[in-house]
Design a protein around this ligand. Structure first.
Ligand code: HEC
Ligand code: HEC
Ligand code: HEC
Ligand code: HEC
Ligand code: HEC
Length: 391
């Protein structure tokens, strides 16, 4: 709930009204998001609430979609299992993570004053546990913001609309809306010259930016609040084309061509997933032939070495680029089999394992144990086909 913020706290409620697209680009994602302050007295508790369950009583469709997404789960066991270790010793570190995972001031137990972090009177722990809530994206200083109406108009809401109506802006249809949390700025870690989170820049350099195909076009089709990505097999299949190399024949090579035909950035964009491609040859009994196998990783591999991030390899597929994974056809080969396995959390799985090996409080090890199990079970088989070689 929004509540009184003692006047000596910083940041203060920010009463600025965003008007032009440039105002939104410059200021909407300033974080932590300033405290909302007191809602207008004439509002009902329902209108004033920042809680997603309360938005749901009037916006059920968005709530139902949102609940199924990684955004609503962003205050995850993998995050909180780390934050509990820093809450007393270093709240600034906690806050440096919350700016993307739970960015409202009302989701933060403490607010800064000078060098200190003092208890936040408007803190709502339940709201924090819901991660990236509706209000993170839609509410500033109690005002609701949203996209133009579907007919493109941005005129103010009718007098007497709930929550004082909506400020409508094309910013919600702009890829820069997503960049705040999906693109590191100039100061962020950038092994081999490429920021660790570089999705907006990858998109901006692709044909999709020229063609006006925004993040929202692919990730919020028909304005649905779904944000499917690497964890969703259907979404991943929609972004690439998988072809057997010509007619697989008993002479030459057998294998696959994988092309990034519909992913608006590198496939995959982050350094955290791993896509493993395997091609192998089988004999007439469909048994694998020794040595007739090739494996290829599609991933950006990074490691923390000597106090800095380094890039070990980058075999991701830029928009419209392709990789061929093939094996020379061996004596006795009758069939070729190809398999693609996606490990959405490959990097985090290693991180959680490493953290669990250290000294942790009970709470931390329970949460990280849960995160580790989730990461262990997230891999899936994207593709598995066997073809008979022609003679
Ligand atoms: C009591 C009902 C009610 C509650 C609670 C409510 N809204 Fe609304 N909301 C409305 C109505 C009615 C409109 C349409 C206003 C108009 O015509 O401009 C609207 C419009 C919107 C829009 C623009 C929608 C569009 O069609 O373009 C957004 C975004 C929005 N609300 C967000 C929220 C969020 C976020 C919450 C919770 C923090 C919330 N609302 C809570 C009733 C409600
Ligand atoms: C990560 C940011 C984000 C979150 C979280 C989020 N929204 Fe949205 N919402 C958007 C964007 C962006 C659009 C506009 C999409 C477009 O125009 O393609 C939008 C559009 C809307 C609309 C207009 C829909 C229409 O059909 O015109 C409503 C209503 C809305 N959101 C309500 C909510 C509610 C309720 C929640 C929480 C359950 C929520 N949003 C959570 C970013 C978000
Ligand atoms: C600039 C925004 C941003 C900041 C700041 C940020 N994250 Fe994340 N985080 C993301 C995004 C985007 C993903 C999903 C993409 C990926 O897998 O890397 C993610 C994923 C994660 C995951 C894996 C998924 C999960 O929830 O288990 C963990 C764990 C995590 N972050 C922890 C942290 C911690 C700890 C901090 C602070 C030290 C932090 N993050 C700061 C944006 C951010
Ligand atoms: C307030 C910060 C924030 C904003 C704004 C935001 N995201 Fe995210 N997004 C995250 C974080 C954090 C994660 C990772 C959550 C986790 O797994 O813990 C994430 C995850 C995702 C994923 C990953 C799904 C998967 O399967 O791993 C997609 C896709 C995504 N966001 C798309 C978008 C799009 C499109 C927009 C703009 C409309 C957007 N996001 C705006 C913070 C944000
Ligand atoms: C042309 C369609 C398209 C556009 C445009 C697009 N994406 Fe994606 N995105 C995909 C597909 C398909 C996937 C699944 C494959 C993958 O994970 O790379 C994906 C995956 C993701 C993921 C999951 C993590 C990962 O490692 O891949 C995130 C986060 C994401 N997109 C964010 C964004 C953001 C932010 C933008 C805008 C700057 C954007 N996307 C633009 C199609 C698109």
């Amino acid at each position: 709930m929004a509540g009184a913020i003692a006047s000596d706290f910083h940041p203060q409620p920010d009463d600025r009204i965003f008007e032009t697209l440039q105002d939104f680009v410059d200021g909407y994602w300033a974080r932590m998001i300033p405290p909302q302050g007191e809602p207008p007295e004439s509002w009902s508790d329902l209108e004033a609430s920042l809680r997603p369950e309360d938005c749901a009583s009037c916006h059920a469709a968005q709530y139902e979609d949102w609940q199924t997404t990684v955004h609503s789960g962003a205050y995850s066991p993998g995050l909180s299992g780390q934050l509990v270790n820093w809450e007393d010793a270093s709240f600034g570190t906690v806050q440096s993570c919350l700016v993307c995972h739970a960015p409202l001031s009302e989701q933060s137990a403490r607010l800064p004053r000078g060098d200190e972090w003092l208890p936040n009177p408007a803190y709502d722990q339940d709201l924090r546990d819901h991660g990236i809530v509706c209000a993170s994206c839609h509410v500033r200083c109690n005002r609701r913001h949203g996209p133009p109406r579907r007919d493109g108009s941005v005129e103010p809401s009718p007098e007497g609309s709930p929550h004082g109506g909506v400020i409508r802006t094309e910013f919600f249809e702009d890829s820069r809306f997503c960049a705040g949390c999906h693109q590191f700025g100039p100061g962020g870690a950038a092994p081999n010259g490429k920021p660790l989170e570089n999705t907006f820049a990858e998109w901006d350099n692709s044909r999709y930016a020229d063609e006006g195909v925004s993040c929202q076009s692919c990730h919020m089709p028909d304005r649905q609040h779904l944000w499917r990505g690497i964890h969703d097999p259907g979404m991943v299949r929609s972004g690439i084309t998988i072809e057997w190399l010509t007619e697989p024949s008993a002479a030459g090579d057998a294998g696959l061509r994988i092309t990034n035909t519909g992913t608006g950035h590198q496939f995959p964009t982050y350094a955290t997933p791993l896509v493993l491609v395997r091609v192998l040859l089988l004999d007439e009994n469909r048994d694998a032939i020794d040595g007739a196998m090739v494996e290829h990783e599609i991933a950006r591999r990074i490691a923390y070495q000597g106090g800095a991030w380094v890039e070990l390899a980058d075999t991701r597929l830029a928009p419209d680029s392709a990789v061929v994974v093939s094996v020379p056809v061996a004596e006795g080969a009758r069939h070729a089999r190809a398999e693609i396995v996606v490990q959405p959390d490959a990097f985090y799985r290693e991180v959680f394992e490493m953290l669990l090996a250290g000294m942790l409080s009970d709470t931390s090890s329970t949460l990280l144990g849960e995160a580790q199990r989730r990461a262990e079970y997230s891999p899936y088989i994207l593709f598995d086909e066997t073809v008979t070689l022609t003679r």
